[in-house]
Design a binder for this molecule. Structure first.
Ligand code: DGT
Ligand code: MG
Ligand code: MG
Ligand code: MG
Ligand code: MG
Length: 269
């Protein structure tokens, strides 16, 4: 086919192929969710509806796109890990990132009513995205550990902060002042000594965030089969192996999670 004289503009496109043998991580984060949470009356510090909708949207990303082996989410962010051998969209960073971001955003709006019922969605939310490559299994585990540690640090702070305000009657600036310079042990102590709250009994969803992984299961169904030797069709039981996305609220920093889910990490040669 003859090329038009405009064809040369194609050469302005830059190559953004992700390096081979690396896990590709796409992390999304809600744009200005400080305001979004306020405008939609999210409960503080954790809104079950908002967290549920984030995870529903992430599930849609995993089910609709290829090669995502694990996703991890907390607050207004979700990280998606593509397997290191993925060839989806020729590993082009912009394709992967924009597919994740747009599938997630449209799902967030699409499933809004399932979590917020009649409460109106006041304006279209947006999510930023970035791509990071991790060459080793250890790097990838450290990345996910970093996000889960962030979840823990923020949730502990927010739990004490809002307890001081909601139950302790402090103003937000008094609570901020009270917590300045405190360590994790101090925060645990405030909760326990003053409010009889054992932080370790707070919901795992809030303390650990959400990991989405694929779980295999056997599906059995009846299938009509007609053998040559027989006149009539017969129903036989067939079993096939399928996978579904499951949500876990557990520690992903230690070894146990990775021993229980050996299919996530690929061997290193
Ligand atoms: P950004 O990401 O730079 O556009 O700005 P933000 O405002 O999204 O900041 P970010 O992502 O660092 O912090 C997340 C915000 O989302 C934070 O202000 C609290 C809010 N948020 C997330 N989850 C919840 C929730 O369950 N309840 C409430 N009340 N707020 C939440
Ligand atoms: Mg941010
Ligand atoms: Mg944000
Ligand atoms: Mg955030
Ligand atoms: Mg197209």
């Amino acid at each position: 086919m003859a090329k038009s004289k405009f064809e040369y503009v194609r050469s302005f496109e830059t190559d953004d192929t992700c390096l081979r043998n690396c896990y590709i991580v796409v992390r999304l984060d809600g744009r200005n969710f400080h305001k979004f949470a306020e405008q939609h009356q999210f409960t503080k510090p954790n809104d079950e509806r908002a967290l549920g909708l984030m995870t529903r949207s992430a599930r849609s990303v995993m089910e609709e796109l290829e090669d995502i082996v694990i996703a991890y989410g907390q607050s207004d962010e979700y990280s998606f890990v593509f397997k290191r051998s993925s060839h989806w969209f020729k590993r082009r960073a912009s394709k992967l990132m924009t597919h994740v971001a747009s599938q997630f955003s449209s799902s967030y709006v699409f499933y809004w009513k399932d979590y917020f019922g009649d409460q109106e969605l006041k304006y279209p939310p947006g999510f930023d995205g970035r791509v990071v490559l991790y060459p080793s299994n250890q790097n990838l585990r450290d990345y996910l550990s970093w996000r889960q540690a962030d979840c823990h640090i923020n949730n502990l702070y927010n739990t004490v902060f809002w307890t001081l305000v909601q139950k302790g009657g402090l103003t937000t600036s008094q609570a901020e002042e009270r917590l300045r310079g405190t360590l994790a042990a101090d925060k645990n102590e405030i909760l326990f000594a003053e409010f009889n709250i054992n932080y370790n009994n707070e919901p795992l969803l809030h303390r650990k965030g959400t990991a989405l992984v694929w779980k295999k299961f056997d599906e059995t169904m009846m299938k009509p089969v007609k053998r040559a030797s027989e006149e009539q069709e017969k129903e036989v039981v067939v079993t096939r192996s399928r996978s579904r996305v499951v949500a876990l609220h557990c520690d992903i920093i230690g070894d146990q999670f990775w021993q229980e889910h050996p299919e996530i990490l690929e061997g290193e040669s």
